[in-house]
Ligand binder design. Sequence first.
Ligand SMILES: [Zn+2]
Length: 100
Amino acid sequence: MKSRAFTVEEVTYLRFKCAGCDLPHDIPVKRLEGARGVRWDWNNNEEAPTLTPSCKTVWNYGSPPRGSICHFTLTDGVQQFHADDTSKPNQLLPLPELVE
Ligand SMILES: [Zn+2]
């Protein structure tokens, strides 16, 4: 399986392992009606997920902290990394299998 949906309290997330930064990403795809907060549109397909709009995560890691950006569009289970992504810029990569 490429991704898995799970629900914590009122929010459903889609989890997948990123082909770029090699970390799991949990993206909110559904919230209880009326609940506030961002969410992405998802095609309800765990094997070939599509999310809209793009996903972008920015974090600092290491000592001294080094800025990292993970930025991609996920379409039918394939990640298109954007030019500002710091691990796989401009690359097109299929999601790896999700092993938990
Ligand atoms: Zn990533």
